[in-house]
Design a protein around this ligand. Structure first.
Ligand code: NAD
Length: 513
């Protein structure tokens, strides 16, 4: 009943049958392979979902392109009005959708609901944008000439998303892509098909009501083969990919290989730096959330903690106290703070990493073991872990491990901590805890953190939609959500218009007979 309550609230009970996982704008279908959705908390089978055959794959692309041709002519403020209705429809189902995220992905309910709220927020943002996606008028050097920079719709945008944000990442992309006038085709992670079906149904209903071809928000569930086909297709103008560094490297090469546009949001390996003057009553709970929240499965999760020698013992004592009482169990229960990992592979990777910490002689302060909370024998639970590795030279500092393991090191000078912060291949999120304006200036400036997210007295994870979100280096340099991100979802036309009776050439070039 726990699962069926959540599923029935969104009309997702499959009653032993198979749910169609392909939406083309002309109804639901898919006769390809079947993917299963499994609950990470209980191990129970939630539903089977159909994917598309290769032939169906091509017809989905064709349908979306067809839908794009009419959609691009709709004025942007009108697209914004439809997005406003999508926002309302999502808000009406926010808590049920949040519970579905919690059931299928495994994050706690409050974070599941927060993720849907993020989709609602970016819709608000994009509704505003629909009347503000401004180009420019530029001074021309030629008399009677005017130069315009005009944003036009791009075409077909494929969104390939990760399991850990099964709603919000699509939301960030859909809202901007939609308002920019594109058709969007979503390929979610194969293990979270129900979230994508529930979201697409909500969006599709609004489109239908407005007489807009649903092909502008198409869905194609499936695994890597569908992702690869999307990357290869010449009909896909831009691929917006969110996922691991390893797969992102393949996606980047493949799309760039055909000169398609690509936006990459890849793994993070994020550090917090705590200075001696930090307010520990703020810093400790924030680091606790950063490292333990979402069971360490956010791209922005805190994985490295650099403590100034002066406050290290006090900080670690307080952090250990918090770790000693983490309510672990069903993420749908409101008091739970630590839910399961998403799948058994993640549990294996966690176990291997914990063993490795032992082998290299790390001091394990808390955790390190796979866990079976009572009543959840089949769930993917692990203990949140704090370790002090014996040196900075170890490879374990350089990799993103998608589990709640926090590695700690102690420093004496801020420069040293910044060097460590920047010493990894990834560059997503970072934070410093200090009251000294000189430390703040350094951290956010040219010799400071090299990450895309550089926070002061704010933890690494939990970004708002207003700023552009993304990371540098092996995180892929992509930016999504707020800021100037929308500019990537349009094609820019530089237009020089001559309204004079002469036709002079630029730079005074003379080419007359
Ligand atoms: P993943 O790389 O395994 O899968 C991501 C998506 O890529 C899935 O939809 C998958 O089916 C698809 N895919 C797999 N092989 C493919 C291929 N060859 N071509 C095209 N698509 C392919 O990632 P995951 O395990 O689902 O998610 C966790 C990762 O995502 C972590 O590394 C995390 O840091 C990252 N992430 C990054 C951000 C960000 O904004 N930077 C946000 C969320 C998650």
């Amino acid at each position: 009943t726990r699962a069926s309550n959540v599923l029935s609230a969104l009309g997702l009970e499959s009653q032993g049958g198979v749910l169609p996982g392909v939406y083309t704008g002309r109804g639901w279908g898919g006769t390809g392979n079947v993917v299963a959705s499994k609950c990470p908390t209980t191990g129970e089978h939630l539903a089977d979902v159909t994917t598309a055959t290769p032939a169906e794959f091509h017809s989905v692309i064709e349908r979306s392109r067809e839908a794009f041709h009419s959609f691009r002519m709709l004025p942007a403020p009108r697209r914004g009005e439809i997005l406003r209705q999508i926002r309302e429809a999502l808000a009406a189902k926010r808590d049920s959708l949040g519970a579905l995220v919690s059931l299928e992905m495994g994050k706690i309910l409050s974070e599941g609901i927060g993720e849907v709220q993020e989709f609602i927020d970016i819709c608000d943002y994009a509704v505003g944008l629909s009347r503000m996606m401004n180009g420019q008028v530029i001074a021309s050097e030629r008399p009677g000439h005017t130069i315009l920079e005009v944003p036009n719709p791009l075409g077909l945008v494929a969104v390939i998303s990760a399991f850990n944000f099964p709603v919000a990442v699509y939301g960030w992309n859909l809202a901007l892509s939609f308002v920019a006038g594109n058709a969007t085709l979503w390929k979610p992670a194969p293990s979270t098909p129900l979230c994508s079906i529930a979201v697409t149904r909500i969006v599709a209903e609004v489109l239908e009501k407005n007489g807009v071809d649903g092909g502008v928000a198409a869905l194609i569930t499936g695994g890597h083969e569908v992702g690869e086909a999307l990357c290869e297709s010449e009909h896909v103008t831009m691929v917006s990919f969110t996922g691991s560094e390893h797969i992102g490297a393949k996606v980047g090469r493949k799309v760039q290989g055909r000169f398609g546009k690509v936006l990459l949001e890849l793994g993070g390996n994020n550090a917090s730096i705590v200075m001696p003057d930090a307010d520990l009553s703020l810093a400790v709970p924030s680091v606790f959330f950063g490292a333990v929240g979402t069971a360490g499965q956010r791209c922005t999760s805190t994985r490295r903690l650099y403590l100034h020698r002066e406050i290290a013992p006090r900080f670690l004592d307080a952090l250990k106290k918090a770790y000693a009482q983490i309510p672990t169990g069903d993420p749908l229960v409101s008091s739970t703070l630590l839910g399961p990992l998403h799948n058994q592979n993640a549990v294996k990777a966690y176990h291997k990493a914990a063993m490795h910490l032992h082998e290299v002689g790390a001091e394990i302060l808390v955790g390190g073991k796979v866990k079976h909370p009572s009543g959840f024998d089949q769930g993917n639970f692990v203990e949140a872990t704090i370790a002090i590795p014996p040196s900075q030279d170890l490879d374990l500092w350089k990799r993103e491990l998608f589990a709640p393991i926090l590695n700690v090191a102690i420093f004496d000078e801020l420069d040293q901590a910044i060097e460590w912060n920047n010493s990894v291949p990834q560059g997503l999120s970072s934070s410093i805890w200090t009251k000294d304006i000189r430390n703040i200036g350094k951290f956010i400036g040219p010799s400071g953190s090299d990450c895309g997210i550089v926070n002061v007295n704010v933890g690494n994870s939990g970004a708002e939609i207003g700023a552009a979100f993304g990371g540098n280096k092996r995180t892929g340099w992509g930016r999504e959500s707020g800021g100037d991100s929308w500019k990537q979802y349009v094609r820019w036309s530089a237009c020089t218009i001559n309204s004079s009776n002469e036709a002079p050439l630029a730079q005074g070039v003379n080419f007359s007979l």
